[in-house]
Design a protein around this ligand. Structure first.
Ligand code: KIV
Length: 259
């Protein structure tokens, strides 16, 4: 089993689709590791696991716990740590926090959201030896609405320029979230690093989904999510059966007791 490196990810541009999932727990990370090039420990865990209203409430300590869990549960995939809101307000804060994160979790890279305004941060982190993944389009940490981006010319041009700027600053890949298809295509054709789409079309170099969304564990299902299972239904049925068995004294049975 060969470890996925940044170089291997870069080499996939325009060749092989890059497979990514956001995952936060041991069980899912272990499975994702068999199939994914990149596993993102996303700050979406604030909303998905902890029921927060936005990712802005996520603390770095919480992310570090999940980062350690995911990294310790994987051998092959590149594990990317999502830097939470306000942990990279300038290049020095960004470096202090990213260095701590990498030291404690041993994750392979960090992800930051934003465009031209964070290029000095991306340059500084990469110069200091910390690989950085960018994120443009819908930016959950700062957006005022969760609507598709790039519908008008001005927004489209800004997102394209942001993507080019962060690619030129040293990011090794760029997440493009929730933008119109032709913008994702234009970005992918105009940056030298791989683009990873979430709600951004097949024209990206790779795709990412939040594992809980694609497994049917979340409450929200935006159009861009393809649901591959309905685990909520499976858990509901299993819990109902367990409750019934306890009530009727069918559990524990002889098989479940020590003699
Ligand atoms: O936090 C996250 O899971 C993400 C993905 C949606 C790309 O940033």
């Amino acid at each position: 089993m060969q470890k996925i490196t940044i170089k291997k990810i870069l080499n996939k541009k325009n060749k092989t689709p890059i497979i990514c999932l956001a995952a936060y727990s041991k069980a899912i990370a272990q499975i994702a590791d068999k199939y994914c090039d990149i596993i993102l420990v996303g700050d979406s865990l604030g909303m998905v696991l902890y029921g927060m209203k936005t990712t802005r409430e996520v603390k770095i300590e919480t992310m570090i716990l999940h980062g350690k869990t995911v990294k310790n549960s994987t051998k092959r995939s590149l594990v990317v740590f999502d830097m939470p809101y306000r942990t990279y307000t300038n290049k020095f804060t960004a470096f202090k926090n990213a260095r701590k994160v990498i030291k404690l979790t041993k994750c392979d890279a960090v992800k930051v959201e934003g465009g031209k305004e964070i290029t000095s941060i991306i340059k500084y982190l990469t110069m200091k030896g910390i690989p950085v993944m960018g994120h443009v389009g819908l930016l959950p940490q700062t957006t005022s609405n969760f609507k598709v981006k790039g519908k008008n010319f001005i927004q489209k041009r800004k997102i394209l320029e942001d993507a080019i700027a962060i690619s030129n600053s040293g990011a090794f890949a760029i997440i493009i979230e929730c933008v119109v298809e032709d913008l994702a295509k234009e970005i992918t054709q105009n940056v030298s690093v791989p683009t990873i789409g979430i709600g951004a079309s097949r024209y990206c170099d790779g795709q990412i989904l939040v594992s809980d969304d694609m497994l049917g564990l979340s409450d929200l299902f935006p159009k861009f999510v393809k649901q591959y299972a309905n685990l909520k239904k499976v858990i509901e049925k299993s819990t109902r059966n367990y409750a019934r068995d306890v009530k009727m004294r069918r559990f524990p049975s002889l098989k479940n007791v020590y003699k």
